[in-house]
Design a protein around this ligand. Structure first.
Ligand code: RB5
Length: 148
């Protein structure tokens, strides 16, 4: 799985954890593209959700990882981009289910309320879990049909 292309991004609230996650993914052999932000200086999270989501929508990345204070703003912004299924995840179990049932292609994380080790476990679970397909395929297709 080390050859997967991962797009990462954060705002100031997620900067430290985004940096750590990007480093760890690179060390594991993933191809990581960091879309910022570049520091803990205050920025607006949609400005960083957008390029990550668009990279996936274009086919330039396989999965996205977005970190803000809660992960919620990043999830809301990323889901506005056609083709994106972003899930805000705070447990390993939900990381598994977001991939297995929902075929999520972006995981959004809380840099302020979830500790770095748990977020790292979430990222690993998210990236290693396959979509189950079957009845879930039909449901995900119905989600995507809502895009119009
Ligand atoms: C920024 O202060 C904060 O609102 C942001 O990081 C995020 O939590 C939004 O959902």
């Amino acid at each position: 799985m080390g050859s997967l292309r991962i797009a990462v991004g954060s705002d100031h609230g997620g900067f430290e954890q985004k940096e750590q996650i990007a480093k760890r993914l690179t060390a594991e052999g993933y191809e990581v593209t960091d879309f910022g932000c570049p520091s803990t200086e205050s920025v607006d999270y949609p400005d960083y959700a957008a390029p990550v989501a668009q990279a996936i929508a274009r086919g330039d990345a396989d999965f996205g990882i977005l970190v803000c204070g809660t992960g919620i703003g990043m999830m809301l912004a990323a889901n506005k981009v056609k083709g994106i299924r972003a899930a805000n995840v705070t447990s390993v179990e939900f990381a598994h289910l977001a991939r297995e049932h929902n075929n999520a292609n972006v995981v959004t994380l809380s840099g302020r309320f979830v500790d770095p080790e748990l977020n790292w476990q979430i990222v690993q679970e998210f990236l290693k879990t396959e979509f189950a397909g079957g009845r879930h395929e039909r449901r995900v297709a119905k989600i995507m049909a809502l895009e119009g």
